[in-house]
Design a protein around this ligand. Sequence first.
Ligand code: SF4
Length: 201
Amino acid sequence: MNYQKELDKLIGRLGKEERVPSLLLHSCCAPCSSYVLEYLSNYFKITVFYYNPNIYPESEYTKRILEQQTLLSQMKTCHPVTFMAGNYDSDRFYEMAKGLEHVAEGGERCSKCYELRLREAAEVARKCGFDYFATTLSISPLKNAVKLNEIGMRLAKEYGVDYLLSDFKKKNGYKRSIELSKKYGLYRQDYCGCEFSVPEK
Ligand code: SF4
């Protein structure tokens, strides 16, 4: 499936219907969200949902969430963007990662990590009555867009909330996120987030 084409089709339909739906956008970090917000805020009323209990250590979590809030306070967007923080329940992450600590990045632990975060987004989206939920994760060349969209579609059925198919690295999305990170002076971390992805010094 061409996820970008599917998203283009949906955006086309929304334009014809003159509809601006609400979207709960799970964000992994400020740099990845920058392009996604610039792009999608033209078509959706977005709430950025920061739920990343995978991040280690806690000081890094605090740094990344503050960076996210700073970006939102600076960005000019077509439709207003609001912010919602999830819990930093790192115990849930470690429970999920049990036995997978030494699996290479991109493997089973990462798939489960995507699901942990997307499931929370789907649950909150249903509870709060959002029209769609989505994640910024597919912008990264290191993240598996097929896996992410498979999980998103499965959770959409389970929770009864539409999932926004995406591959945000298309249309030069990743490149644009680097440009926007420079423009806003964003901190770009050098590891994915969890303890097992911290580079050895
Ligand atoms: S490497 Fe990244 S995606 Fe994989 S488990 Fe760690 S934080 Fe999650």
